[in-house]
Design a protein around this ligand. Structure first.
Ligand code: NAD
Ligand code: IPM
Ligand code: MN
Length: 365
């Protein structure tokens, strides 16, 4: 039978709580589908700092590189917030993305029929939203040089960063986005700030150039400030969005709220080759960590993306997705997506209910 090595990086805060749920689900799926998972749990983020002094130990990166796919919970927390840059949990995450060369971050935001009323937007605005943010993940202002601290001509302390993109970085993310749009509804909106930023001017020029390879995809361009507004005005106008690292970070958190909660949004980070990195888009949620309140569905749906995009196990992926929908159909809700009359449960119980749905082999919708 097929055997896969999956590196699990629980991380900090609610990370271990949601990863434990996903691990159990993958284990059960494996026994149903007749596949095998070899899980390797490794320290990452604040947990790794406490254990080894660095946020991404070499052993963790090499385990990740040697595996078939990587599933991450979340990293970060108050305890490490004032650490120097190279000793921040977040720096470890950026090193992991860079080390795995996963430049394409797919962040789908889908309003499930069961959760329309959990959206902060009106039913008629939220209902039926199904969009995909394709976020560039290993370039832009997160990685650009020069960066650092210094002093200006008036002796004032300064902090500075550089938004920089080379053509090859834009071309490859644009191709992923066009391919993604082609498999969806054939519409791609490139979001930039080309009215102000040189990096965005080049971005727009290259995206237009690559568009000639995809005559079947309808391309549009939008400035990021307008895109932020359009997302809450009329999110249904969007199919696939392609954007840079920082705009994608911000717009995907915004898009998550349309679906009811950031606790619902999964992601897949992919490179040209090698293992993909799969993680919920939310953070370590220190305000609810350790209280069994976290919504594990974003991580379960990330595990589904791992099965689909990382391992090519479509059927197993659909089992998770179907089980999530079935659990919502049966009325179970964590606090972030709860509304009156439904069953309020914690992270663990939500996970157990999803396992029951997987066990009952509900068919995919
Ligand atoms: P956050 O996403 O952790 O939390 C924002 C809000 O959403 C909080 O109120 C939190 O309780 C809630 N929330 C998040 N996930 C939830 C879930 N699954 N279920 C229910 N509610 C949930 O963002 P933040 O507070 O800005 O950041 C906290 C820490 O997480 C910081 O250290 C930050 O750097 C880190 N962070 C890590 C990642 C990651 O690991 N990929 C992503 C974002 C933030
Ligand atoms: C995310 C997070 C990270 C990012 C941080 C924690 C480095 O916000 O995964 O969305 O900005 O990419
Ligand atoms: Mn983010």
């Amino acid at each position: 039978s097929k055997s896969y090595t999956v590196t699990l990086l629980p991380g900090d805060g609610i990370g271990p709580e949601v990863i434990s749920v996903a691990r159990n689900a993958l284990q059960l799926i494996a026994s149903i589908e007749g596949i095998e998972f070899k899980f390797k749990e490794m320290p990452m983020g604040g947990a790794a700092l406490d254990l080894t002094g660095v946020p991404l130990p070499e052993e963790t990166l090499s385990a990740a590189k040697d595996s078939d796919a990587v599933l991450l919970g979340a990293i970060g927390g108050y305890k490490w917030d004032n650490n120097e840059k190279h000793l921040k949990p977040e720096t470890g995450l950026l090193q992991l993305r860079e080390g795995l060369k996963v430049f394409a971050n797919l962040r789908p935001a889908t309003v499930l029929p069961q959760l329309v009323d959990a959206s902060t937007l009106k039913r008629e605005v939220a209902e039926g939203v199904d969009l995909m943010v394709v976020r560039e993940l290993t370039g832009g202002i997160y990685f650009g040089k020069p960066r650092g601290f210094g002093t200006n001509e008036n002796g004032q302390e300064i902090g500075f960063n550089t938004e920089v993109y080379a053509t090859y970085e834009i071309d490859r993310i644009a191709r992923v986005a066009f391919e993604t749009a082609r498999k969806r509804r054939g519409k791609l909106c490139s979001v930039d700030k080309a009215n102000v930023l040189e990096a965005s001017m080049l971005w727009r020029k290259r995206v237009m150039e690559i568009a000639s390879e995809y005559p079947d995809v309808e391309l549009s361009h939008m400035y990021v400030d307008n895109a932020a507004m359009q997302l809450v005005r009329n999110p249904k106008q969007f199919d696939t969005i392609v954007t840079n690292n920082i705009f994608g970070d911000i717009l995907s958190d915004e898009a998550s709220m349309i679906t009811g909660s950031i606790g619902m949004l999964p992601s897949a980070s992919l490179g040209e080759s090698g293992p993909g990195l799969f993680e919920p888009i939310h953070g370590s949620a220190p305000d609810i960590a350790g209280q069994d309140k976290a919504n594990p569905l974003a991580t379960l749906l990330s595990a589904a993306m791992l099965l689909k995009y990382g391992l090519g196990e479509e059927k197993a992926a659909q089992r998770i997705e179907a089980a999530v929908l079935n659990t919502l159909d049966r009325g179970y809700r964590t606090g972030d997506i709860y509304s009156a009359g439904l069953k309020l449960v914690g992270c663990k119980e939500m996970g157990e209910e999803v396992l029951k749905s997987i066990d009952s082999k509900v068919t995919a919708i």
